[in-house]
Design a protein. Sequence first.
Length: 125
Amino acid sequence: MSQIKIVMIDDNQMICDFIKLKLENTGKFIVNYSCDGNEACRMITKEMPDIVLLDINMPNIDGPDVATIIRESPAIKHIPILYLSSLITRDDVIRNQGVIKNRNVASKSMTIDEIITRIMEIVEK
């Protein structure tokens, strides 16, 4: 199987760098990221990733607004979104089987292996 392309959108560059490093070190993923929601939408259109990892709370344009832009764009609306947020706990994810309000979710407090499992569950659907 070829590597899974990910675009990650989070306003915290340290988190982006950390998750990018952990995911790419597995050899299974190629990760690009943006700390700006508007720039990220352009990046998604250019990169055509297999999945988008999206933070919820961000300045200027927040995660749900970015998701709306993605869902309203014919070229990228098919790309699955995984909300990756510290607002959601690991227990929330487990209790709700990874879906809250019809949104795929993961918690930043989860281990990288748990996050990878969530990514794979969504990409392989």
